[in-house]
Design a protein around this ligand. Sequence first.
Ligand code: HEC
Length: 151
Amino acid sequence: MRRKIFLLALFMGSFFACKDNTGNNEAETTSVKEENKKDAFEMYQMSEMAAFMEILAAEHSKMKNTIKAGNAPDSLRFAIDKIFTANFTNPEDRDAKYLEWAEEFKTYELKIIADPENAKEHYNNAINTCITCHESKCTGPLTRIKKLLIK
Ligand code: HEC
């Protein structure tokens, strides 16, 4: 019974991944719990867009390391146009503002490749666009996204 409630809690937490859960310190401190949460999430519910966003987060973490090491990525290792085409958990998220920010994001991403001399600046502009869009659309991962900025 206890276990069922626990799993249900994990499931609900994952279902509302965009919700701001900054008050939820317990979940943040225990990495094992986080792992479980992730499993539950992938098992039950992940929209095409959420899955794409997870790829974006992982790839930007790698890009951050590349750029910090003084190099520039020579290509984008994800299908950038998915930001326009993937299906959302909440289809109403895809409004005019969303499309504007998505376009801005794509512009900076392409500049990282086209103008490697200024890769860091373009990269940070791109991450700031992730942040702007998320402040309005999906506050849950904001802390995680802010860590991607190169200081
Ligand atoms: C134009 C708006 C926009 C931009 C730009 C954007 N996101 Fe998102 N992001 C969203 C929306 C909307 C969702 C919710 C998707 C869904 O649940 O279907 C989301 C979801 C996520 C999630 C949660 C996925 C999950 O597991 O539920 C993460 C993590 C994420 N984004 C990271 C990023 C990162 C990192 C960037 C930039 C490199 C970025 N996002 C750029 C709008 C945006």
